[in-house]
Design a protein around this ligand. Structure first.
Ligand code: AMP
Length: 572
């Protein structure tokens, strides 16, 4: 199915799609629309990120099925936030603009309930709602869901994350049993699974792309800095990308406000977006960001939801979220609609483990990069400015009257000197700021890491040794293989005749100790215990090792590698 015309959509809907310049269906639309049209709507679970075109995917077929002559409520769309609710209602209104007598109502908190009641009373066939406000209206008996044919749970994972579970259940209990339920979610955590089990009947499951896989056009960069240098690192990143248009994600409202305040004070086009701002303030900020008067939006995850902007160049994780899925979601806000995007993580060494989790969730590698030096930034800014100068439009009429005098004033200078002076006029700010800029990158080589005392090692005993032909690289491979972890830092290794000692990052102690269950070396169970002897803190002498996929103990290799033939599956 390659075109909207082939989807049995009504001419009214096709005209509206044409007005919107949607050339062809997006993947989620190509899957969902024909199914819902042909099946006369049925229960569905759709795993799709925001920005994939899901509103039209459910909106078009549901609008097509509406009986416009009947003013009763037929479709209910539940959204986690006011912003998404408004956006969905606006989208549906534009899709249905040629369908006479169809009315879409948006009901959400933080706005006059009386006005919303008026709209509902006038008879809207489609209600887009946030759960809290809808419950309020139901309690006041201002709306009635007994005539609903279809319910859409849009961004179901977010609604549950925001604590709407009880509200959702109360709302769904007011709807008829024979309605159809369509659940859209970017992720499928257990709470969402539970909802699908309880409320969906024999649902058709559709996954757009792989579950939770990051957008294709996005590259992921990580900058390791000391926690105290986070803000300086952010500034350098922003300075290195003069055309940046992005969101800086923070963990808390307080941090969001502080980072935005600093950026504004330092002369950037930045604004904060978080839940402590009034609705009017939030809307103003989003408006400024959409129109690019603000180019850096500093936001919490919750506040940034519903902000639909397609052409972000960057997403910056000023601080990482707790859950890997949230990172995937954040980074999916760039690289949309076939464009390229960069998702940046500013992290410290203690967050290495989180970064591995994120890589697993994304199924992509995150490239660790060095923080830009002052020199690199100045160079980038300088050439950006020159490029801009080359491209600038000259308003001959306005400038000509002044030129004679200007030439006169400058006639004492050589061409080269004039160029230097003009460039410096713009550029001295950067040169001054970065004159004595220090290197912010933390050296992540293991030797230096230890000298920074960033890793706290524990010493372990393992019942394999020389007699088993165990070598240090093989021991490292074995540990990685057993634990299925990529980034465990291994310290000193001491291989004895029948047993060995090794040091490993203490953070992974439980993982290492629990990893030997059902693992055998030939016919001997492998045993790893914490050694009572603490590691010696002699930094200078210690050599360090980490995962070495050439070890022969790597899980992929252990079946093919002759050395690892000794190690059968689960039997090392
Ligand atoms: P959504 O995931 O529904 O929020 O949609 C993301 C963006 O894609 C919105 O700005 C839509 O207007 C736009 N969009 C939806 N369908 C199409 C399409 N078939 N072609 C181009 N843009 C689309």
């Amino acid at each position: 199915m390659t075109t909207f015309n082939e989807m049995n959509l009504s001419t009214d809907l096709l005209r509206a799609i044409e007005d919107l310049n949607f050339e062809k269906p997006m993947p989620v639309q190509a899957e969902v629309i024909p199914y819902l049209i042909e099946k006369n709507v049925s229960d569905m679970i759709v795993l799709a990120q925001t920005g994939t075109g899901k509103t039209a995917a459910y909106g078009l077929p549901l609008l097509q099925k509406i009986d416009a002559d009947n003013r009763r409520t037929q479709v209910l769309i539940l959204c986690p936030t006011r912003e998404l609710c408004i956006q969905v209602a606006e989208d549906l209104t534009s899709y249905s603009k040629y369908i006479k007598k169809v009315k879409i109502a948006a009901v959400f908190g933080g706005a006059s309930i009386e006005r919303q009641i008026k709209v509902l009373n006038s008879g809207a066939q489609v209600i887009c709602a946030t759960p809290g406000r809808l419950l309020d209206l139901l309690r006041r008996k201002e709306t009635n869901l007994s005539t609903i044919n279809a319910v859409v749970l849009d961004e179901a994972d977010e609604m549950l994350k925001m604590g709407f579970r009880d509200d959702l259940e109360s709302i769904l209990s007011e709807t008829p049993d024979d309605k159809n339920t369509l659940l859209f979610s970017a992720t499928m955590p257990p709470e969402v699974m539970q909802i699908t089990k309880n409320y969906l009947k024999d649902p058709k499951e559709i996954t757009i792309g792989e579950k939770n896989v990051g957008a294709d056009g996005v590259v992921h960069h990580c900058y390791m800095v000391q926690a105290k240098d986070r803000y300086l690192a952010l500034k350098r990143i922003v300075d290195f990308y003069p055309e940046i248009y992005g969101i800086v994600f923070c963990r808390t409202k307080k941090e969001t406000q502080e980072v935005a305040d600093h950026l504004m004070r330092d002369g950037y086009n930045a604004e904060p977006l978080h839940g402590d701002l009034s609705q009017a303030q939030r809307e103003l900020v989003m408006q400024k960001f959409r129109s690019k008067h603000v180019t850096l939006l500093v936001a919490t995850d919750v506040a940034a939801r519903g902000l639909d902007v397609d052409d972000l160049t960057h997403v910056i994780n000023y601080n990482l979220p707790d859950e890997a899925e949230v990172y995937t979601h954040r980074s999916g806000r760039t690289g949309r609609a076939g464009k390229k995007g960069i998702s940046i993580i500013i992290a410290n060494l203690r967050e290495k483990r989180k970064i591995s989790d994120i890589e697993r969730n994304l199924k992509k590698q995150i490239e660790t990069k060095k923080i830009f030096t002052g020199k690199e930034i100045c160079e980038k800014q300088l050439f950006h400015m020159i490029d801009k100068m080359v491209q600038v439009d000259v308003n001959e009429d306005e400038i000509n009257p002044f030129l004679e005098l200007i030439y006169k004033k400058l006639e004492w200078f050589e061409r080269e000197e004039i160029i230097k002076k003009f460039v410096s006029l713009e550029f001295n700010r950067f040169l001054d700021y970065y004159k004595d800029a220090k290197d912010l990158t933390i050296n992540t080589s293991f030797k230096d890491r230890n000298q920074n005392s960033d890793i706290n090692f524990n010493r372990f005993f393992i019942n394999l040794g020389n007699i088993d032909k165990l070598t240090p690289p093989e021991l490292i491979g074995l540990i990685n293989d057993l634990t299925d972890q990529k980034h465990i830092a291994i310290g000193k290794i001491d291989i004895k005749k029948t047993f060995s000692f090794f040091e490993a990052d203490a953070v992974y102690t439980d993982t290492i100790l629990n990893s030997t269950e059902d693992a055998y070396f030939e016919d001997r169970p492998i045993s790893i215990e914490l050694s009572s002897e603490r590691p010696q803190r002699d930094n200078k002498k210690r050599s360090f090792h980490r995962k070495n996929s050439q070890s022969g103990f790597n899980s992929d290799k252990r079946r093919n590698n002759s050395k690892s033939d000794r190690y059968k599956d689960k039997r090392y």
